[in-house]
Design a protein. Structure first.
Length: 307
């Protein structure tokens, strides 16, 4: 009843049909009388056949799955399931939908303009809210540590403090990282030698395909596996001599000639060719005609650059 009046007051539109299941919260004498007074048609599905109300059932499952994920990721506890559900619905209404024209959002469909999402933060993230000056003494803390559990508007956040008290505030500083987790004793994942070998084979396959696929994104060109990157860097480290105490000393050439004429010249040349190949693949520069050069580049050539 309250929702019906709110829709009429806010959007100047009236509900003409209400489709529900046969739950007692929707089918009772009080609501029947209200439907009749408001001219609302009530349509119910057949008992024990939820597929007839498939759209609502699928949306309910989406929200429940999202709520479970948010509670699990934030480690806030199941007692905040209501706040997590409202937050999930709030965010979903501001996400593009494939069922709407041009992939617009439900919010835009209702209000006629795109939603502002600049205020969105990670659910359960650690935050600090300002304690009003009127409620604290001079030596009391100016802020209270809380966790984000919802949004009331673009500038008002709903948070919960360590005593599980719900608070509303617009003066909030967020700390959105994995340090929000209460349990910090988890050991890092360990992979077996078999898994490592499979990863190495995959990396080798990727390297063999680099010549045929020139338009790779940066992550694929350079690789994201720390082990692979370390091996690549270690291949370029050149030990030229040792000191009297057998400690290795790396000698870095200062010029191109010093590099290619040194004992490790082949390795330096290989590294240079590799870098140039990657720069060309990523379209780092474009070629220009000689006619495009400055008329008097003498002073520029002295420093090695042409502006």
């Amino acid at each position: 009843m309250d929702l019906d009046r709110a829709i009429e007051n806010k959007f100047q539109r009236r509900v003409h049909t209400l489709r529900t299941d046969n739950g007692g919260e929707f089918v009772n004498n009080e609501l029947r009388a209200y439907y009749k007074s408001r001219g609302i048609a009530s349509i119910t599905s057949i008992a024990h056949m939820p597929e007839l109300n498939g759209r609502a059932e699928r949306r309910n499952r989406t929200h429940i799955e999202g709520t479970r994920t948010m509670l699990k990721g934030s480690e806030l506890g199941k007692d905040l399931w209501g706040e997590a559900l409202l937050t999930h619905v709030y965010i979903r209404n501001r996400c593009p939908s494939s069922t709407l024209p041009d992939g617009s959002t439900p919010y835009e469909k209702v209000f006629g303009h795109a939603p502002d999402i600049g205020h969105l933060r990670v659910f359960g993230s650690k935050c600090y809210i300002k304690i009003p000056d009127e409620t604290r003494s001079k030596l009391d803390d100016k802020a209270r540590e809380c966790r984000l559990i919802g949004f009331e508007s673009n500038s008002i956040y709903i948070v919960v403090d360590p005593t599980r008290k719900r608070l509303r505030s617009s003066d909030v500083i967020f700390i959105e990282d994995r340090s929000n987790r209460r349990d910090k004793t988890d050991s890092p994942l360990e992979f077996s030698s078999q898994d490592t070998e499979v990863t190495d084979e995959r990396d080798t396959h990727i390297e063999n395909e680099e010549d045929t696929n020139k338009q790779r994104i940066r992550s694929k060109v350079w690789g994201t596996d720390p082990t692979r990157r370390s091996e690549r860097i270690s291949d370029r480290v050149l030990i030229t001599k040792t000191s009297e105490d057998d400690a290795p000393i790396a000698k870095l050439p200062k010029t191109y000639r010093d590099a290619v004429e040194s004992i490790e010249g082949l390795h330096w040349k290989e590294a240079m060719d590799y870098e140039l190949t990657k720069l060309e693949e990523m379209n780092t520069w474009t070629e220009i005609d000689e006619s495009d050069l400055p008329q008097e580049p003498k002073s520029s050539r002295e420093c090695g650059f042409i502006s």
